[in-house]
Design a protein around this ligand. Structure first.
Ligand code: GYE
Length: 303
């Protein structure tokens, strides 16, 4: 409202500046839709900016939101580090910041009000636990390749760490190659092609999102192998295309990561602008899917 510091308009409508990572994946498309639709429903005016996976674009967008005196800034930081300066500028301008989806590594946690999003380390652990269970009766080496998300991003760092923590307990699990596929289908395919050329004996692919896994499936089929059988595949997100591939037997297991953060984000924004106390961390609720569960869930899947 107009009486709040940082209020731009003369009316009571809250204005939110939102800096999105980009449009790299099905998850991101669903997330953008969720944010835009729930802003409308909540009566919040949204200034939306797409950073095309570049931190410098996000910093520019945040500075422009500060200049426009929005009531609240929300953003999904493409990478974890390098935010202190611009977040201090927002703080000095008395504009509250809400981290959405991805975290920052700033030591000074007073630079933002709250962080809404998934527990990515736990997602990595869930992927690892499925693998341990799947190979519990085998004593042979399990050769794993990993497609990492965007370098330096919270989900890439954390999904790698959680997975490594769980499989690290048994020496038979070997990550023989691990590289970024930038969370995109095209990059996932390209990197998987290279993996297949240099490693004749891949048992498992762990991809940090569905899109990279879907690109990799094309590469695996192109190499004359059967995805889901010759090479077992675990991914994260559970977007529709991923769930379809899971139901079709091409993916073996998906760890869910919900992109539907919009409604919670708008609730938090209203509270923060009103000067109310909010929890400093809000974790999204998530599940996992086997092939059978995917078949059941698909008809009613929202994203
Ligand atoms: O898993 C991936 C997207 O930050 C959780 O970003 C998000 C990740 C998601 O590109 O598909």
């Amino acid at each position: 409202s107009a009486s709040q510091p940082g209020s731009g308009g003369g009316d009571d409508k809250i204005t939110m500046g939102f800096s999105q990572v980009g449009a790299e994946s099905g998850w991101r498309t669903a997330n953008t839709k969720s944010v835009q639709e729930s802003a409308k429903t909540a009566g919040i005016e949204l200034k939306f900016s797409d950073a095309q996976q570049k931190q410098e674009n996000q910093i520019k967008a945040i500075r422009s939101f500060i200049q426009q005196k929005v009531d609240v800034i929300a953003f999904s930081p493409v990478v974890e580090s390098g935010w202190d300066t611009v977040l201090k500028e927002a703080k000095n301008a008395k504009i509250p910041v809400i981290l959405t989806d991805r975290a920052v590594d700033s030591a000074d946690t007073s630079l933002y009000k709250t962080f809404l999003g998934s527990d990515f380390v736990e997602e990595g652990r869930k992927a690892g636990k499925w693998l341990v269970e799947e190979y519990k009766d085998s004593t042979e080496t399990v050769n794993i390749v990993e497609l990492q998300g965007t370098t330096g991003s919270a989900p890439a760092n954390d999904r790698k760490a959680g997975f490594a923590e769980v499989i690290g307990a048994d020496a038979k699990f070997k990550v023989i190659a691990s590289q970024t596929g930038d969370f995109t289908r095209a990059k996932g395919k390209e990197v998987m092609e290279a993996f297949l050329k240099s490693n004749p004996d891949i048992d498992v692919l762990y991809a940090h999102n569905d899109d990279m896994g879907l690109g990799a499936i094309e590469a695996i089929e192109g190499a004359g192998k059967v995805p889901g059988k010759d090479i077992k595949i675990i991914t994260v997100d559970a977007v529709k295309d991923g769930m379809q591939a899971l139901a079709d037997g091409k993916i073996n297991y998906i760890v869910e990561c919900s992109p539907l953060l919009g409604p919670q984000l708008m609730d938090l924004a209203k509270k923060v602008v009103a000067g109310e106390q909010v929890p400093t961390r809000v974790v999204t609720e998530e599940t996992t899917f086997t092939q059978e569960q995917a078949k059941q869930a698909l008809p009613t899947r929202q994203y």
